[in-house]
Design a binder for this molecule. Structure first.
Ligand code: HEM
Length: 190
């Protein structure tokens, strides 16, 4: 069945299932989600896509990759490869997390409900997004040859730079998620 063999069909099926359940809930008098409700849902989906791949890269990919043969590395990073797909979902996950996050911030601001906890969580999230789009991805583009011309020495330097940014994001993700959750449920700074 396509929904089990094609990931796009699986995603579409998930949305269809959600729509059916929401429809049943609404028919029974449930509350129609407003733009902020939908943005929150999008924020979670994009956020887990992004951070899931960040953890995959940091905990699974990077520790093993350095020890692979040049041939295997080439296979894993050529056009259409695993690494290219990971980086695509990773950077767009980060972008949509930010966009939905900014919509949510706007909602909190409008309601006068923007406390210190969410400011800490969002600030960490924005730093992480910056690291993805302005440090990790530009470095990877040159390392993978999407932007050609980097020497081996330059690639090694870029690799270190990308790794530091990626490890920084792994570290920041932990307090970031705590404060993001704290803001609505268990205020620390308010
Ligand atoms: C990129 C910058 C980010 C910004 C600007 C941002 C902003 C926000 C805002 C404003 C809220 C509060 C929503 C509300 O209470 O109405 C929120 C909630 C949340 N965010 Fe983020 N966020 C960012 C990154 C992330 C990331 C990377 C994740 C990882 C999965 C994430 C996960 C969550 C979760 C789970 C909540 C729900 C908290 C709850 O209601 O318990 N956010 N975010």
């Amino acid at each position: 069945m396509t929904i089990f063999t094609n990931h796009k069909a699986a995603i579409a099926t998930g949305f269809a299932l959600a729509a059916i359940l929401i429809g049943i809930g609404l028919a029974q008098g449930g509350q129609m989600p407003d733009i902020f409700g939908l943005a929150r849902w999008g924020h979670f989906l994009a956020g887990i896509t992004w951070i899931g791949l960040l953890y995959y890269l940091n905990f699974c990919h990077v520790p093993v990759f350095a020890g692979l043969s040049a041939e295997t590395k080439g296979e894993l990073t050529r056009e259409g490869s695993i690494v290219r797909r990971v980086l695509w979902w990773f950077r767009w996950g980060a972008m949509f997390t930010l966009i939905f996050g900014l919509v949510l911030l706007h909602g909190l601001h409008k309601n006068g409900a923007m406390g210190v906890d969410i400011m800490i969580g969002a600030a960490f999230g924005i730093i992480m997004w910056f690291n993805v789009w302005f440090i990790i991805w530009p470095a990877q583009k040159r390392i993978l040859g999407i932007v050609p011309g980097a020497t081996d020495e330059e690639k090694a330097k870029l690799g270190k730079r990308a790794l530091i940014a990626s490890r920084t994001n792994t570290i920041l993700s932990i307090p970031m998620l705590f404060f993001m959750g704290a803001s609505a449920h268990f205020p620390i700074f308010g």
